[in-house]
Design a protein around this ligand. Structure first.
Ligand SMILES: CC(C)(COP(=O)(O)OP(=O)(O)OC[C@H]1O[C@@H](n2cnc3c(N)ncnc32)[C@H](O)[C@@H]1OP(=O)(O)O)[C@@H](O)C(=O)NCCC(=O)NCCS
Length: 188
């Protein structure tokens, strides 16, 4: 929102950019990926095998880790309770048992402890959205809607800031000084 908004584009475009940044599987799209992962694991007894693959670097445990929270995501504690409250009304999501087993094993494993990887809010939010009957593709939309008010507050604060500057990430080119052009037909 701030990066794109800093060029004085309109708030709709900056919101669209923020939504695009949010939906990636490493960020707000993670809840969708958590569900796909749980479905792919299939049953509780397959969890140790999956954890082995994560530790071998073959795949990531989606819904774990955070760029900023390097301990238990405080929101994860709250959303876990919310999940229980939702399941009391909707009936338990059958994927929950796999998620709980994943969390139990991961929290005991040195791989996750030494890297400070704990469940984040996405680990449970997907299970809640699914129990509510929301289609998986729409999860990031659900995530984005409440954030919009915060994004717009950020935008307004930035626009009224006397010291506002356009965001220009600095890049230092470390590549070759000179590269000769090779015509297409001569390339391998
Ligand atoms: C959120 C995330 C991008 C933060 O990444 P980060 O703080 O930049 O951490 P890094 O990518 O530098 O990872 C640090 C180490 O932990 C490992 N790691 C990080 N997240 C991991 C995960 N979810 N599963 C397995 N390993 C993970 C990395 O492989 C790396 O290991 P290495 O040091 O042996 O190479 C990352 O934790 C992730 O991809 N999580 C899964 C997606 C997710 O749930 N996103 C929602 C966030 S709210």
């Amino acid at each position: 929102m701030r990066s794109v908004g800093s060029s004085n584009s309109d708030p709709y475009s900056a919101t669209a950019a923020a939504a695009a940044a949010l939906y990636g599987p490493l960020h707000g799209g993670a809840n969708e990926e958590v569900l796909r992962m749980l479905v792919q694991i299939g049953s509780k007894d397959k969890v140790p095998e999956f954890i082995k693959r994560v530790k071998a670097g073959e795949t990531r445990l989606m819904g774990f880790g955070h760029r900023v929270y390097k301990n238990y995501d405080p929101r994860a504690k709250i959303i876990k309770q919310t999940a229980d409250a939702v399941f009391e009304v909707t009936g338990k999501n059958p994927l929950l048992d796999i998620a709980l087993e994943l969390e139990r094993i991961a929290l005991e494993e040195d791989y996750f402890i030494s890297r400070k990887l704990y469940p984040n809010v996405d680990f449970y939010s997907g299970l809640i959205y699914q129990a509510l009957g929301i289609p998986t593709d729409m999860f990031p939309v659900m995530f984005a809607i409440p954030r919009t008010s915060g994004w717009l507050a950020q935008w307004e604060e930035m626009m009224t800031d006397q010291e506002k500057k356009i965001v220009r990430p600095r890049q230092v080119y470390l590549g070759a000084d000179q590269r000769n052009y090779v015509s297409l037909d001569k390339r391998k």
